[in-house]
Design a protein around this ligand. Sequence first.
Ligand code: ISJ
Length: 410
Amino acid sequence: MSVNQSILSAKKSALFEALFQTAQVQQVPLAFWRLPKSEEIHCIADLSGSTTRKIDLEELPAGFAFSPFINPDGQQTLFIKADIHYTIQDNQLSQSVLPGQDTLFNKQQAFQEELQLKLEQLHQAVPGRAGEIAVMAAESSPEDRDYFTDIVARGRRAIAKGNFQKVVLSRTRTVQLLENYNPADTFYRLCQFYPQAFVSWVYIPGIGMWMGASPEILISIDKQQFFRTVSLAGTQPYRAQIPVSRAVWTQKEIEEQALVCRYIVNCFKKIRLREYEEIGPKTVIAGNLMHLRTDFIVDMQATNFPQLGTVMLELLHPTSAVCGMPKEPALEFIRTHERHQRQFYSGYLGPVNINQETHLFVNLRCMQIQSGKAILYAGAGITSDSNPEREWAETEFKCQTLLKVLEKAV
Ligand SMILES: C=C(O[C@@H]1C=C(C(=O)O)C=C[C@H]1O)C(=O)O
């Protein structure tokens, strides 16, 4: 059980900023996250530096997993151990003391002292940023558009030849950040804008900084030992004036999402698991977009399958929602045709064994924040019926999820 102590109070964005600056000064990995429909924001830091670990949910201590898209045998997953764990709610920061951390007392103390110092400095800083935008977002370049529509057309041809049934192709969009850009403001706004999303901000010295608002669960295990995963695909813009129940989906989108369902059911078949509940597909809202989603739920106690999460993680990633079907030829196509490295985009990330729960999400609607610029990533599922221009438009809509937050951030 964790105990809450040492409450600090300040504006939420100042708390985020102070925590981030503390991690920067101490050069330790840090992860912030907010689960869908929750008010509570978590922040953990690994005071001895993150390590690469294979995700074995039964073995791992409390922490945060951060996996790249390409992750053979799950060996490349970074793990940020929760050496210190804060929760933030209503402008209040409390430290949860996790069991077995006595040996870390000095490091925790040093982190806490630096944090207090940073908060005082921020409190004294002259506010002067209001009204300024965080980015200068140029239009996507025609060259990017040509490249993307060309590989979509090639993808379609490969499908017509029978190489695979579906491939998910992605692109990047780079935006310039202003000098006084503050990622804490963006994170704050992402939490405000997207209450239904998994909002995250990961900083790992030497690796980089990523932020996003994902609509897609990869694996979730709650306290009651219920396992969940979803099949999410099909995309169209969401307009508040039109009720979700009136959403109309084309045959292409219905089939594309059904492929992801089939992929998940095949994973269950491989481990001979028959007792799962399948709910959907139904239309769900994800920020400025709508998708089709089917939920899969397994009672891990009733099926006597305590290691289901670990086993399914290995089987599922990368799912056909972000890679394709069948997996290997689609992955090969992505590797030879996409001209950027996906890195952590379309990998997975999330809390592991925090308060006896694990929630791993697919890293979508995300960006990599570097000095002076942010690189946004977005992809779209290509099937035999894909129209290259429409797929391009879909990636533009997906970029808007973050652009909307960035452009107005102060
Ligand atoms: C690949 C992305 O999203 C995935 C692809 C979708 C699609 O092709 O319709 C929908 C949701 C996600 O599973 C992305 O957001 O970059």
